[in-house]
Design a protein around this ligand. Sequence first.
Ligand SMILES: NC(=O)c1ccc[n+]([C@@H]2O[C@H](COP(=O)([O-])OP(=O)(O)OC[C@H]3O[C@@H](n4cnc5c(N)ncnc54)[C@H](O)[C@@H]3O)[C@@H](O)[C@H]2O)c1
Length: 467
Amino acid sequence: MKRREFIETSAAAMMGAILATYSNGMPAAKKRIAMVGTGIRGTAFWGEALNKKFGDLLEFVGLCDINPGRVEYAKERMKVGCPTFTNFDKMMREVKPEIVIVTTTDSEHDKLIVRALELGSDVVTEKPMTTDEVKCRSILAAEKRTGRKVHVAFNYRFSPFYTKVKEQLAANRIGRVTSVDLNWYLNVYHGASYFRRWHGIKSKGGSLWVHKATHHFDLVNWWLDSDPVQVTAYGSLEHYGKNGPFRGTSCRACEHKSKCGFFWDITKDETLMKMYVANEKHDGYIRDGCVFREEIDIYDKMSAQVIYANGVTLNYSLTTYSPYEGFRLSFNGIDGKLDTWEGIPYQRGSFDKIDQAERHSLEMSQIKDETAEGFEELILHRNFKAEPESIKVPKYRGGHGGGDIRMHTKMFRNEPAADIYKHAAGTRDGAMSILIGIAARKSIDEKRTVRIEELTDIKPMPKRPVL
Ligand SMILES: NC(=O)c1ccc[n+]([C@@H]2O[C@H](COP(=O)([O-])OP(=O)(O)OC[C@H]3O[C@@H](n4cnc5c(N)ncnc54)[C@H](O)[C@@H]3O)[C@@H](O)[C@H]2O)c1
């Protein structure tokens, strides 16, 4: 890039990029990155992928995990020479990173984000930003107090499919939107995977209202470009946990494996065996836990109505034991309707045979190099017009619909530099998405409608502010 071109890059275009790729027209020194939480997401999606694709721009200077075996395995897999730590403060003081990537269990994000900011680093955090409103307030306050920046890794926004939805709404193709219907179905492989792990415990993942639905609520907030105001929700646990006909501790050692539809053989996955099973001795974390464990206390059936500051009503549901994975999404506008779906096997008239187990493992492969295969479709139907319009978008099966690689490229190479849809997310976006889920939990517990303003001092706006 020539110096003149660099100077012409506007501040707005830089939004979301976390590395100063060029300085005075010259390539800048490599950014010093540390990571805390070296499970599969940290090691593969952040560690291996960033090294492979952005090694010219950044270097890992420290890895930290409370599990000493897992952090050593991460170092080996990432093929890095940096020191490893089991104490976060010690790592921060010794390696002085410029950026900390937080990829721990959700309920731990807040204290590590706050500490990283206090010790002078910027932060990239995995979603959900955190799991309750008290922790959320402490992150918002720390960012303000320290003047440092937290980026929230909302990868879904970056997929070409979801970007096309944003483009149609921004172009006002169906007039003023008045309501949205979003029904999300997790199949019996993907849905069950949350009940095998810490995600099944509310205090660790905030329930799927927060851990999973943060993605969906963030998309709706971004698509509508408005803030949620109030939430009324329902939810229960009717299939997994104590509802099971039998139970064990892990699938590996279970006496019911021959008759359990949820049996999952972790011993076939070399990576997961080395990363988790080999390190159970340090922390007792069982990666192939029983989906019928008595301790599971999250909901497996969820529905909510959310009212937005611009008057839009969102009708949302999340199911965790569907035979197929997918969603149905509909925007209802004054002048028409925008409908789309993903993964519904019989949507196009014939029955698409989708191997749901394979689909799940492809989605879980954290560094899948995705190539487009077929298309996703949006149907735009304007009032009083007989013919709907079909809008086709290339379909990416891996890497969260192609969102993963695009988010990394925006963050680390600032490409595309000009991003009219503002894909990058900060703490306000991180907060607004989890606050819907936190309000939903509260609504179920307290059997009442919960206002978003009860939870933090962020004032919901009809049009979200540009930060
Ligand atoms: N955006 C996405 O699509 C996506 C996909 C998968 C996971 N994630 C997120 O990534 C994060 C990690 O997920 P995962 O599947 O790798 O989980 P994991 O449980 O496999 O790994 C988390 C690691 O954090 C470590 N840890 C926990 N508390 C810690 C602490 N206080 N200090 C240091 N280390 C600590 C654990 O020992 C573990 O190794 C989660 O927040 C999850 O929500 C996001």
